[in-house]
Design a protein around this ligand. Structure first.
Ligand code: ZN
Length: 138
């Protein structure tokens, strides 16, 4: 699977992320998947994390109108790492949004040469278990 990104879209994302430094920038990527991924647009969203220098958090209320728009499907979730490499942090791997097919991380560790990496994050099927009561009939 290859993700196709127009230079204009890439530049938009990099410029937005740079403008948000020292905070992590975040947003959604729309496009389509037909074996390969074609990207269409970037939707910047507010980073509501309490420490936005090192985390990002997006409001479901802000995301859901985009996640439920069939005309412009969300195919990626984006955030930047102003001072860290483009590797998912532990918190990134625990994201609730693992149903979104691609996770984009842009490192601005070297601002003159931003490093974009795109990941697929798959969750183990069982992350928690609840005990259920049962009765064995006679
Ligand atoms: Zn991160």
């Amino acid at each position: 699977m290859i993700v196709h990104i127009r230079a204009e879209l890439y530049n938009t994302i990099v410029q937005y992320a740079l403008s948000m430094v020292p905070h992590e920038a975040c947003g959604l990527i729309t496009g389509s998947i037909h074996y390969d991924i074609q990207t269409k647009s970037f939707i910047p969203l507010n980073n509501l994390a309490r420490n936005p220098e090192h985390h990002f958090s997006m409001s479901p209320q802000e995301m859901i109108p985009f996640l439920t728009d069939p005309a412009n499907p969300v195919i990626g979730i984006f955030h930047s790492h102003p001072t860290a490499p483009a590797l998912p942090s532990k918190a990134d791997l625990e994201t609730l949004w693992h149903t979104i097919p691609t996770h984009w991380i842009l490192s601005l560790l070297k601002p003159s040469t931003p490093d974009l990496q795109i990941y697929q994050i798959k969750k183990a099927p069982l992350t928690s278990a609840h005990k259920l009561s049962f009765v064995i009939g006679q």
